[in-house]
Design a protein around this ligand. Structure first.
Ligand SMILES: Nc1ncnc2c1ncn2[C@@H]1O[C@H](COP(=O)(O)OP(=O)(O)OP(=O)(O)O)[C@@H](O)[C@H]1O
Ligand SMILES: [Mg+2]
Length: 258
């Protein structure tokens, strides 16, 4: 079943079409790759899908609970509430807060209904807080961060900061997760571990993932389907094998590492 449909999406920055007439679909439970050379428009597309930018043309439509909702024009927090979570190419953590607090804040944005009981410090508040903490620690342990819960985010090694970003995104309980270069700056061993983790969370949490990544071995390894962007346009779509052998893709990456 189709979860997200991107229909003739365009984003112009002055005279530059950073995203140009893009059509894309995400089916429920798919793990899809989004690749393309630097400046191809990948992050801009994520920014359109998550409400950071409004499209110049086209639509983004989410199918959920039997209805369709147009996401274009909606505020980012509303889109997040509808179940679209993301990480950022440039890590965005609360650097001076602990690992645990970084995750609890992300969860809090989901559990606003407890506001009154939290102000009044009712027993329900302590129960909810204990449950949230337990859930946060469980999520962190999937990403091997359970021993770091009291560490300040800024003191984590880079690879662990990237993993914490994913935990924060998962803490909002997304249906669709957008990962923008999660392996950037990781060494080969960390990348291999991350590959397994991405596969695992997609299966265990039954979510749909759209993954931007320059590490081709990671993309080819985990993705069922891949879109290739060049100069804002989709130049190819298909399974990893088809993408690897697509002459347009090889040409776009000429001199690259495909
Ligand atoms: N806010 C903006 N204002 C003007 N131009 C922008 C803006 N954001 C992105 N661009 C331009 O749009 C194009 C696409 O950028 P984008 O960051 O989406 O590429 P990308 O595929 O994510 O590249 P990379 O692999 O380097 O992260 C680039 O030419 C970039 O300079
Ligand atoms: Mg980018």
């Amino acid at each position: 079943m189709t979860l997200l449909k991107v229909d003739h999406l365009t984003k112009n920055f002055g005279g530059l079409a950073a995203v140009s007439n893009v059509n894309l679909v995400l089916e429920e439970n798919e793990l899809v790759g989004l690749i393309g050379p630097n400046g191809a428009g990948k992050t801009t597309l994520f920014n359109l899908l998550t409400g950071v930018y409004e499209p110049s043309e086209g639509d983004v439509v989410l199918s959920h609970s039997g209805k369709e909702t147009r996401l274009n024009g909606m505020a980012p927090y509303k889109i997040a509430d509808l179940g679209l979570g993301r990480t950022f190419q440039n890590i965005r953590l609360f650097k001076d807060l602990t690992v645990l607090d970084n995750v609890l804040i992300a969860m809090n944005s989901k559990h606003k209904e407890g506001f009154l009981s939290s102000v009044l410090r009712l027993p329900a508040f302590y129960k909810a807080e204990a449950e949230m903490k337990q859930k946060a620690v469980e999520l962190l342990s999937i990403f091997a961060l359970e021993d770091k819960i009291e560490t300040l985010a800024k003191n984590l090694p880079y690879g662990e900061q990237r993993r914490l970003e994913i935990v924060r995104a998962l803490a909002t309980e997304p249906k669709i997760l957008f990962l923008d270069e999660p392996a950037a700056g990781m060494n080969p061993q960390e990348t291999a571990e991350l590959t397994d983790l991405i596969r695992k969370i997609q299966k265990d949490f039954q979510i749909t993932i759209l993954l931007i990544e320059h590490d081709m071995s990671l993309v080819m390894d985990v993705c069922e389907r891949i879109y290739v962007l060049e100069y804002g346009r989709v130049i190819a779509e298909g399974n990893p094998e088809a993408i690897k052998n697509n002459p347009k893709v090889i040409e776009a990456y000429l001199g690259g590492d495909l």
